[in-house]
Design a protein around this ligand. Sequence first.
Ligand SMILES: NC(=O)c1ccc[n+]([C@@H]2O[C@H](COP(=O)([O-])OP(=O)(O)OC[C@H]3O[C@@H](n4cnc5c(N)ncnc54)[C@H](O)[C@@H]3O)[C@@H](O)[C@H]2O)c1
Length: 447
Amino acid sequence: MNLTIFGSGYVGLVTGACMAEMGNHVLCVDIDADKIDGLNQDEVPIYEPGLNEYLRRNRLSGRLEFTTDVDKGVNHGLFQIIAVGTPPDEDGSADLQYVLAVAKSIGEHMKDYRIVVDKSTVPVGTADKVRETIQEVLEKRRQLIDFDVVSNPEFLKEGAAINDFMKPDRIVVGTDNPRTAELLKALYEPFTRNHDRMITMDVRSAELTKYAANAMLATKISFMNELANIAEQVGADIENVRVGIGSDPRIGYHFIYPGAGYGGSCFPKDVRALAKSASNGGYKATLLETVESVNDRQKKRLFEKISQYFDGNIEGRTIALWGLSFKPNTDDIREATSRVLMETLWDAGVNVRAYDPEAMEETRAAYPDQSKLQLCMTARAALSGADALAIVTEWQEFRSPDFDAIKEELTAPVIFDGRNLYDPKMMKTLGIEYYGIGRGQSVMTTD
Ligand SMILES: NC(=O)c1ccc[n+]([C@@H]2O[C@H](COP(=O)([O-])OP(=O)(O)OC[C@H]3O[C@@H](n4cnc5c(N)ncnc54)[C@H](O)[C@@H]3O)[C@@H](O)[C@H]2O)c1
């Protein structure tokens, strides 16, 4: 099949690569000419395991092409997939300008029937807006061309995106047109060969399903972080509590890890956008607002612990930081906890020596003039001469580090672990002062 994908970011590139891998002819359109030039020379703008090989193989086979030519894009694919960003607006709601710009372009250039597939995460009612935008442009052009608008939210996880797309646990399609549903079923059939995983529903429910999934996951994290803070207060170990509750099949072990808060390009903005769209309609989404505020507070926990440890006397000190990306196996630092920690440390006059296996360039680009940031080539180099080590991303290489090196390089052996990677008892045996999240050592100091 012929497909056009608007937006060559995390979702667009993975979708394009995987669709081409299945034999489709995919044209990726982006307004960023430098990005498209790079992609045409096998320069992949993001780090996602396995993506480079998929892109290269399919580009060389001729099944995957990249362009800035919108007209070519609109007239290539029966399916016009929208995978552009929906960043938060100033008030927290989803900014639809990029989605609607694509809709306008489709209306301006289409000559035949098209199925417009919305893969971007968008508030309920956006498919109607996309339909109206295309219809208005067609009317201006005095053209009577049939088209459909479908919601097909994407559930891939950065860091495991290729696997998620190739072996999806579900494909949600929102449409009231049975014929369009059949065409989408045919498009996705190669990805669901052992059993059908397509869930078809009305458009509005599909749009809400994506927000519901992210809000549920964010809620689980904030719940565990709330419990972690209570565990600290009462002298319990949240890791024991986690295992104790996870064994209940109604609760389960997935996604109940306490830590230094969630970040990334999805959970924070989607929880906020859902709460905002509810309040626009006159409903106060108290739970969602609290999930967000618990997370905002949690992102400051490591700083509080560091500051408390040094009795507030932290100006002029140096902290080694392991991990900058919002989670392992990605270079994405959007809304990452590392940023909150670094920015708070800098405000308090603290220098940061940071290391991340993949997100160094992104960090350099985000803070080009920050004199209190030193990006170090290795995890060990980041430790050199620092007063303590803070960990915010659970990259595998941090799971079993050389503890002797940590003791040698730091001025005193102290670890603030925002992902509970190590065993407190083992740290004690090694002579390392160790502060995790929810492990019974310190009392909450904030409201
Ligand atoms: N990143 C994820 O893990 C993930 C997962 C599921 C869903 N989503 C959702 O998918 C959408 C895309 O997310 P992303 O992380 O891939 O975004 P991204 O910021 O990585 O990429 C968006 C791309 O769209 C391009 N673009 C903007 N306007 C355009 C236009 N008019 N025509 C063509 N291209 C245009 C930008 O130049 C950019 O390359 C968002 O709504 C996001 O919430 C993201």
